[in-house]
Write a protein that binds this ligand. Structure first.
Ligand SMILES: Cc1ncc(COP(=O)(O)O)c(C=O)c1O
Length: 399
């Protein structure tokens, strides 16, 4: 459900702007979430903004002003944007498979805080680059653990994966990594799943990661996992089932685990993307046509999956609202939607161009109204295939 003020903003933008589709962002929602997390999280937890969720400068600047510890980047391009938005290099951490030699070289040269190596090859490559620059680089090793997180929208662990080193291989390879003179091992990165709504599932993940850190420290005397990075994973209730992720109980549970494992004094990193930005954004697009096809209404919008790819790509519906525009009719017999389940898509010449993964029940819609997709602030614009068919890109409008 749109708030009256967002509905009014979208209506007046649709009336006044030339574009028929746009993203609307309200980063103050993000600022509030960062403030709440800061108030709740136990000592030692550092919140980083995973800027892949939304690299728009307004979100970077909001995150910085709201006091995040820094930014998690996944490319050199993101690193440059983070610095342009005012983050210091030592506020940047870099995770992601297949970092190029140029990306590693830049990271060491500017002095980012930690690089999270994802393979033995990457450790050796980074070591050589750091040696050539006469530096020692702090690293975490990203581990693909032997477990899954229940109830996640996407699981990144427990299977053959390009992300991180398999847990058993990591344990065997650690002495080789420790022997690399230009790397300083400071801990583990284990990001197991995205879009988790149940606090207990994510806490189980933290517990298993803590157990892994403790085992490694037992196995290799003198080795300390002084930083433990859990990646992202706080979910968003896209299906509006009343299952919003509850950061308070998560913080309490994490605090209990820190005490139980005797891990006070360490640094715990959360790289949050979706949770911080999803509800700060809306994708709005004009309904250009409504037609009946074999008994089902096809709602065709000015923008499609090239603007907002997430529902089609991930098979998840976002909440949809219709903002009534009362535009003049094109002809007397034109169709409308009245209490029906409809297909909503865009102007692309394929049936994969859908703005909702499944048909959507709408109370009413007319040609000329705006279809608004909520929770579109994360993995929206930047995850879409904007060049397809050479349509115009939607503007990103910040309140
Ligand atoms: C390494 C890493 N960290 C953090 C995130 C952010 O995850 P989320 O948006 O679930 O918070 C991602 C997302 O893919 C990631 O790959």
């Amino acid at each position: 459900m749109l708030s009256p003020s967002i509905e009014q903003t979208i209506r007046s933008l649709a009336e006044t702007r030339p574009e028929r589709s746009f993203y609307l962002y309200d980063p103050s929602v993000m600022a509030q979430k960062i403030a709440d997390l800061g108030d709740n999280m136990p000592e030692g937890v550092a919140i980083y903004y995973a800027m892949k969720a939304n690299p728009h400068v307004a979100f970077l600047e909001t995150a910085r002003r709201a006091g995040v510890a820094g930014v998690e980047i996944a490319s050199l391009g993101e690193g440059r944007k983070a610095i342009e938005a005012g983050f210091a290099p030592n506020q940047i951490i870099f995770t992601g498979p297949g970092k190029s030699p140029e990306e590693l070289d830049w990271s060491v040269a500017v002095g980012i805080r930690t690089i999270h190596v994802e393979s033995l090859t990457e450790a050796h490559r980074l070591n050589a680059i750091a040696a050539a620059q006469g530096r020692v680089q702090d690293v975490l090793v990203r581990v693909n653990p032997n477990f899954h997180v229940h109830g996640a929208q996407a699981n990144f662990s427990g299977d053959s994966s390009k992300l991180g080193m398999d847990q058993d291989r990591f344990r065997a390879a650690l002495p080789e990594i420790l022997a690399l003179e230009n790397l300083n091992f400071v801990g583990l990165h284990v990001y197991s799943a995205s879009g988790v709504l149940e606090v207990s599932d994510l806490l189980k993940n933290c517990e298993l990661v803590f157990a892994l850190a403790a085992e490694i420290e037992d196995q290799y005397q003198g080795v300390s996992c002084s930083t433990i990075d859990f990646g992202g994973g706080f979910g968003i209730d896209y299906l509006q089932e009343g299952r919003d992720f509850a950061p308070g109980p998560y913080a309490e549970g994490l605090s209990r685990l820190i005490s139980r494992f005797g891990f006070a004094g360490r640094r715990f990193v959360l790289e949050l993307g979706r949770y911080l930005t999803a509800d700060s954004g809306w994708y709005a697009t004009e309904i250009l046509d409504i037609k009946d096809s074999l008994g089902k209404k096809q709602v065709v919008c000015a923008g499609g999956s090239h603007h907002f790819r997430r529902p089609a790509a991930l098979g998840i519906n976002h909440p949809v609202s219709i903002v009534s525009m009362n535009r003049p009719k094109i002809f007397a017999g034109q169709e409308s939607v009245d209490n029906e389940s409809v297909f909503i898509g865009g102007p692309l010449c394929n049936t994969a161009d859908r703005l909702s993964a499944k048909d959507v029940a709408l109370a009413h819609a007319e040609i000329g109204d705006m279809a608004v997709f909520e929770l579109a602030g994360a993995y929206g614009y930047s995850m879409s295939h904007l060049e397809f068919l050479s349509h115009a890109h939607p503007p990103e409008i910040v309140i």
